[in-house]
Design a protein around this ligand. Structure first.
Ligand SMILES: CC(C)(COP(=O)(O)OP(=O)(O)OC[C@H]1O[C@@H](n2cnc3c(N)ncnc32)[C@H](O)[C@@H]1OP(=O)(O)O)[C@@H](O)C(=O)NCCC(=O)NCCS
Length: 182
């Protein structure tokens, strides 16, 4: 793709993207998006065993419980769910809001940035100025670009059979995140 074509597509997605809260009715679309984004995005950073454990978790009823703990926002282009991001008031140390994982169906066109900006603004609106996120290695450059820094590396346990290597990242919000809250 030429950079000119990329710019046209980015502008298209930016104009057409509608961000709205995700509810139970959307969970099937969310599972589908999360599974396909992980299959495409994590090759080389997760082992086949780790990826399969994650995909099994996403297909399980427990995943609904995990989703329900988060405030999730979806990015829609017409009827297609093209991305999600989420946040949660509790992080491990209780001081920072936890940003959940971000999943995008068409990477590279600014959708992830729009979604993270949205949930950052929500978290900041609720009084947090520190954000924490634990990310798989493929997503580190994306979060660095958005102002996060790696604090440490370790393992995140998502269930008895699902432990993933992650980087723990932090961001301090010095200025208000500029987005429109609906
Ligand atoms: C990681 C992910 C959410 C990024 O979303 P995206 O829509 O592609 O990201 P954006 O287009 O908004 O990129 C925002 C910025 O980050 C940069 N960026 C994104 N991915 C990058 C990468 N892999 N390497 C370097 N820079 C990257 C972009 O170049 C852009 O920079 P800019 O400021 O110059 O414009 C997406 O690739 C994805 O869904 N991956 C698979 C699922 C996954 O692993 N999620 C993360 C689990 S923690």
């Amino acid at each position: 793709m030429t950079s000119g074509a990329g710019e046209v597509l980015s502008s298209f997605y930016d104009r057409r993207l509608v961000i709205a809260p995700i509810g139970l009715d959307h969970f099937a679309d969310v599972r589908n998006l999360h599974a396909s984004a992980l299959r495409e995005g994590t090759s080389g950073v997760l082992s086949e065993t780790e990826l399969q454990a994650l995909l099994t978790l996403i297909a399980s009823p427990r995943y609904s419980d995990l989703l329900l703990q988060e405030e999730i926002y979806g990015g829609w282009i017409d009827d297609e769910l093209v991305g999600t991001a989420s946040w949660h008031t509790n992080s491990d140390d209780g001081r920072a809001a936890r940003i959940g994982w971000v999943f995008v169906r068409h990477p590279g066109f600014g959708i992830g940035r729009r979604l993270v900006t949205e949930v950052e603004a929500r978290a900041q609106h609720s009084g947090f100025n520190q954000l924490a996120v634990s990310v798989t290695a493929n997503a580190i450059p994306f979060f660095e670009r958005l102002g996060y820094q790696v604090a440490s590396r370790g393992v995140r346990n998502l269930g008895p059979d699902c432990a993933l290597p992650v980087a723990f990242m932090r961001k301090f919000l010095l200025r208000p995140v500029r987005t429109r809250l609906s």
